[in-house]
Design a protein around this ligand. Structure first.
Ligand code: NIG
Length: 421
């Protein structure tokens, strides 16, 4: 065997997460007690007992990381973020805590529209500068790949600016970014009373321009009474698909509006949110093998009930992914540990199911075959935690335990941390 670039040893266990969402999550995590992990040329090259390392695997150039009895797992994959934006909405947070609702604030000209105004006014460089610390906070949680949506431009120039900012950001951070076009996030203020014109702008100008520059892998629509109808979403997402962008949907968040059924009809990669999903919607998603993306931090942050029925979704056989949904309006939090905790406390997942959702489940939702898993040949993205078991992550609510974060075989984060549990 060639010399490893990096070796992680002295682990409690390594979770290779090589099973399937159709089996018990505890089994799918595939724990390897006391294993070591070797990385070479950015890929996993060895997982197994230290005694089984081939001669010559460790040389003077091998960086040896002592896990100090912590567990090791794949880098987290965040399947739903709105990382790039300008401005902030802490006043709305206060208003909601006094009883105002997300929709009331939006109707009064705040909400997404407020972030759109700030984002339109910012330069591409400014958007990158503002987003960079957010990528750092995600990395510190152990996230090594994140999907990023546009959607605070809502015009051709600003949607392009946002996605170019995502592309530039990806060259400045170790965090790997997967871009999604969300021009149908809201009908912009200047199109009030002319929504059909905006839908046409999306289909005829924004989607083709984004496709020409190769700026997005996915396209997304916020399907909601207050945003886009099922028919409008069908047209936009079908146009996106024809241009090579795979559909994802903001589905059944505030009302049950047929979005899950549409996700199934379109064979979308994901239906995200699902707080209000109906039994019929759930069955449609399961039959069409659509991944459910849970974002419980938003449900908490908006003080809404119910949480998405994660238990029923998982029991229906869906792949369940878990994201932070970091954004300035409904989830101003890069805290993956909190999302894991809420997925257990409020969505009804087990710790293993939540962990699956933030690793392999999320990678699958983004079509990333070699992410969120630690088998030979997979991406060399891994996290050395300061605790001995993944069960500690949701339990120690909202506290990050990522001691060393490795992206593509290189150490991206190293944090001083006492060992825990
Ligand atoms: O996923 N629901 C729509 N979009 C975001 C919130 C965006 C915002 O309020 O700025 C979400 O929760």
């Amino acid at each position: 065997m060639d010399v490893l670039d990096l070796l992680v040893r002295n682990t409690s266990e390594v979770l290779t997460v090589e099973g399937s969402h159709r089996e018990r999550a505890e089994d799918a995590l595939t724990p390897r007690p006391g294993a070591v992990v070797g990385v070479r040329e950015g890929r996993i090259a060895y997982v197994g007992p230290e005694a089984g390392l081939p001669t010559g695997a460790v040389g003077p150039g091998t960086e040896v990381v002592d896990a100090q009895g912590g567990f090791v797992g794949p880098g987290f994959v965040d399947p739903h973020t709105h990382l790039v934006f300008a401005g902030e909405r802490s006043a709305e947070f206060d208003l909601r805590n006094q009883g105002a609702t997300y929709l009331e604030i939006a109707k009064a000209g705040g909400g997404i529209a407020g972030t759109v105004r700030a984002t339109r006014a910012a330069s591409e460089e400014e958007l990158v500068r503002l987003a960079l610390p957010r990528t750092k906070r995600l990395l510190e949680q152990g996230v090594t790949t994140a999907e990023v949506k546009s959607g605070y431009g809502l015009d051709l120039a600003t949607e392009l600016k946002m996605l170019r900012a995502v592309r530039r950001l990806g060259t400045l951070t170790p965090l790997e970014l997967v871009p999604t076009l969300l021009c149908a996030h809201a009908v912009p203020e200047e199109y009030r009373g002319k929504r059909e014109d905006y839908v046409r702008l999306c289909i005829e100008e924004i989607l083709p321009a984004v496709a020409r520059e190769g700026l997005a892998r996915f396209c997304d629509v916020f399907v909601e009474d207050s945003a886009f109808t099922v028919d409008e979403a069908r047209r936009i997402l079908s146009a996106g698909r024809a241009l090579g962008m795979v559909p994802r949907l903001h589905a059944d968040q505030l009302t049950a509006c047929g979005a899950s059924e549409l996700a199934a009809e379109l064979g979308a990669a994901t239906a995200d949110h699902l707080e209000q999903v109906t039994d019929a919607g759930l069955k449609a998603l399961a039959d069409a093998n659509v991944t459910a993306v849970l974002v419980p931090t938003s449900t908490l942050f908006l003080r809404m009930r119910p949480y998405a029925p994660g238990r029923r979704i998982r029991d229906a056989g869906l792949n369940v992914a878990l994201g932070t949904n970091v954004n300035p309006g409904s989830a101003m939090s890069e805290n993956t540990a909190l999302a894991l905790g809420l997925a257990c406390l409020e969505n009804g997942l087990t710790a293993a199911e939540a962990y699956w959702g933030a690793t392999r489940g999320a990678a699958m939702s983004l079509g990333l075959q070699r992410h969120g898993r630690l088998t030979v040949g997979d991406a060399g993205d891994l996290v050395v935690f300061s605790c001995a078991s993944y069960r500690h992550l949701p339990y120690h609510l909202g506290v990050a335990h990522a001691r060393v974060v490795v992206k593509a075989g290189r150490i991206a984060v190293r944090q001083q941390m006492e060992s825990c549990a």
